[in-house]
Design a protein around this ligand. Structure first.
Ligand SMILES: [Ca+2]
Ligand SMILES: [Ca+2]
Ligand SMILES: [Ca+2]
Ligand SMILES: [Ca+2]
Length: 689
């Protein structure tokens, strides 16, 4: 109650509706510092996965001068406990690996058995170049977690280089993940690596997993001061691209060519930032235009908030960070999430106090139509941690109440225990409501129903699965809502800094509700489904659509781009189809690139995917067809328009188009060509042969 009172006082003294404390510390209740579960030691990266396949997430923490930890939420005790106990008979025992000096950690299914493996990047005290202790890749085998990098067949692959972040990337859309390793080179020792299973040489059912480093053939074996990594369809519609925030050299933005090989386009799109030193990074769509934006922190340099803009093939990233947002700090992990379920994304900067205090910082990005988001600084509450030696952090909802929990690790310059925070809620009157700390017996905590948190804000959590049943990291989830348009999330395969968030698309909904959702897998496969009102405040599992026989390789991006940029030859129709990277539509589009009208392309895209992306012109240019002005998309773009089957559809005005998450049967239908006349309208036409 004391903590609650102090929080209320802090809020009152600020006197601003926006300055209520966002987080309340619950460490003492959920993970009290002790020898077994929350030792006071140097920790680094944090990853979230489901180690025991019971449907609940565990939190894996990279221990540097102590064991790695596997924190599981014990519902009976109402707290987190370390299941990787110091007991040789435990199946988790090998994960402790005290000698590893781990800093980076990530989890994903590398062998297609439906279970996520766990990769630890071990430094063994080396800053750069060679390390004396290899990384480890743990697989559940023979009833326990075993390091497969120490298998005889993998001895030559095991990374002996000092590195930082690791991340998971399904580079070919196969459902089997590669581990991206951001090594820290010393001269030409220690290039970035990309380790994956050699499918032909392996027999995962018998526990034989042969690993190969494909970095050179994939085009990512570069030498740099590797730091932060994030993976997702940044430029691609579905294929996984890779962003690396580097130190003492330019950043990388590896654009997936569509075949699992990469081309660095960081300089071309304005993301190279050559004079800064990257750290934590996160991907999100901050302005709700359906395109992925990038936020990252630079070590004691300006932090960046890059919005993606420009037509396909002419993409640029534009930094909209305000002076407050960009203010240099000793930053480590950066997290973008909706912590209070109000529909707006927050950005959390985890700083490390290393020369005096350095408080963590929190911003909210309030999205606006036709304009950049407003960047507003918030009060992090207990997560301020001015003297915290922050080294890592992750989000998950480990107790299933629909609110994201924040886990922060500390270390490097001082041993500190892990901190756990819960979000606070803002009720309809704007009064902060600290999440109650129940005085009931611990055993009843897990019985608290979701409305405890959801009374003021709705939420929805979406978990797509790979074809093998594992978490579909790198998949894109778009949620269409009744009032606030489309919201985009990417299932995290590694971000923050040294970390990996929960494999969930978490959507705060405020008082809105979802109407439908769409999942796009890294291979381009798309699933759409309606969301019922009764599904508000729940977790939706989305299996991979196995009814399609053969996985299809993504089409070359260049082909898509040339197809997309071909001008419309049909007056009055101007539709830019966001063609997915697989399926019959792509094949047809590729074959006829340049020759088809955009109407025809739209028809093809619709046939296979049912989702199209359209761009409005700027309101002032009355005569320019939509598809020609995608370059102005940041100013006036329609996030995503879902078309019902078989109808002539148009929206009455740009306003209507922007507000609509689903254009139902032609409620405002008129001649498609009429849509242009005021220069603001969107005309979307589907032809049926
Ligand atoms: Ca679990
Ligand atoms: Ca696996
Ligand atoms: Ca965006
Ligand atoms: Ca929020």
């Amino acid at each position: 109650m004391l903590a609650l009172g102090l929080l209320s006082l802090a809020w009152l003294s600020e006197g601003s509706q926006r300055s209520e404390p966002m987080f309340a510390a619950v460490t003492q209740r959920l993970l009290p510092p002790d020898y077994d579960s929350n030792p006071t030691q140097l920790n680094y990266g944090v990853a979230v996965t489901d180690l025991d396949a019971d449907g609940d997430f565990e939190i894996v923490v990279a221990g540097y001068n102590g064991p790695n930890l596997v924190l599981k939420y014990d519902k009976a005790q109402g707290r987190l406990v370390n299941v990787a106990e110091d007991e040789r008979g435990s199946p988790y025992y090998a994960l402790r690996d005290r000698q590893g000096n781990a800093i980076g950690v990530t989890a994903c299914d590398i062998d297609g058995d439906g279970r996520e493996e766990i990769y630890f990047l071990n430094t063994n005290n080396a800053f750069s170049g060679m390390a004396t202790y290899t990384d480890k890749l743990f697989k559940l085998r023979n009833g326990r977690w075993e390091d497969i990098l120490s298998d005889e067949v993998n001895r030559d692959v095991a990374s002996r280089f000092a590195g930082r972040s690791v991340a998971c990337v399904d580079r070919t859309g196969s459902g089997r993940y590669s581990i991206y390793i951001a090594n820290y080179a010393s001269g030409n020792v220690g290039p970035h690596a990309l380790i994956e299973m050699d499918v032909a040489a392996s027999d995962p059912a018998r526990g034989v997993v042969v690993l190969v480093d494909v970095a050179a053939q994939a085009g990512v074996s570069k030498y740099t001061g590797g730091r932060g990594v994030a993976v997702g369809p940044i430029l691609s519609d579905s294929a996984s691209d890779i962003f690396c925030g580097n130190e003492n050299s330019p950043n990388f933005l590896f654009h997936n060519r569509g075949d699992g090989t990469y081309r660095d386009v960081a300089a071309a799109v304005g993301l190279d930032d050559p004079y800064q030193h990257g750290r934590g990074v996160a991907l999100a769509d901050f302005n709700r235009d359906g395109r992925v934006d990038i936020v990252y922190g630079n070590w004691n340099g300006p932090h960046r908030l890059y919005l993606q803009s420009g037509a396909p093939g002419r993409v640029r990233f534009r930094d909209i960070a305000t002076p407050k947002f960009s203010m240099p700090s000793p930053v480590r992990t950066v997290i973008a999430a909706d912590f209070d379920n109000d529909q707006e994304l927050e950005v959390f900067f985890n700083n490390i106090a290393y020369r005096g205090s350095s408080a963590n910082r929190l911003f909210r990005l309030i999205r606006r139509e036709h304009s950049d988001p407003i960047v507003e600084e918030l009060n992090p509450g207990d997560a301020l941690e001015p003297d915290g030696r922050g080294t890592g952090g992750a989000v998950t909802d480990f107790d299933g109440d629909g609110m994201l929990d924040l886990i922060l690790s500390h270390g490097e310059s001082m041993a500190q225990p892990i901190s756990i925070f819960k979000g606070t809620q803002v009720s309809q009157t704007g009064t902060p409501r600290v999440v109650p700390i129940p005085s009931v017996p611990p055993s009843s905590i897990s019985l608290l129903p979701p409305p405890l948190q959801g009374t003021s804000n709705n939420w929805l959590r979406v978990i797509p699965r790979t074809r093998f049943g594992a978490f579909a990291r790198g998949a894109k989830v778009v949620l269409f809502t009744r009032r606030s348009g489309a919201h985009l999330r990417i299932i995290d395969g590694g971000s923050g800094y040294l970390c990996e968030m929960e494999p969930v698309a978490h959507f705060g909904l405020g008082h809105d509700e979802a109407s439908s959702l769409e999942v796009t897998w890294p291979d381009g496969r798309v699933v759409s489904r309606a969301v019922a009102s009764s599904e508000t405040n729940s977790v939706l599992e989305i299996p991979y659509p196995l009814d399609v026989e053969e996985p299809l390789m993504p089409a070359p991006l260049e082909t898509q781009m040339s197809a997309l940029s071909s001008p419309s030859s049909v007056p009055g129709t101007s539709l830019s189809a966001s063609t997915p990277m697989a399926g019959t539509a792509v094949a047809a589009t590729s074959a006829a690139a340049g020759a088809l009208s955009q109407t025809r392309m739209a028809q093809l895209a619709w046939t296979s995917t049912s989702v199209l992306r359209a761009y409005t012109t700027a309101a002032s240019s009355a005569s320019t067809p939509l598809g020609h002005t995608a370059a102005s998309a940041t100013q006036a773009s329609v996030p995503l328009i879902r078309l019902p089957a078989g109808a002539w559809v148009s929206t009455c005005s740009a306003q209507a188009a922007l507000a609509a998450e689903m254009i139902e049967v032609p409620s405002c239908a008129h001649s498609p060509s009429a849509g242009w006349q005021n220069g603001q309208s969107v005309a979307v036409q589907e032809l049926v042969e």
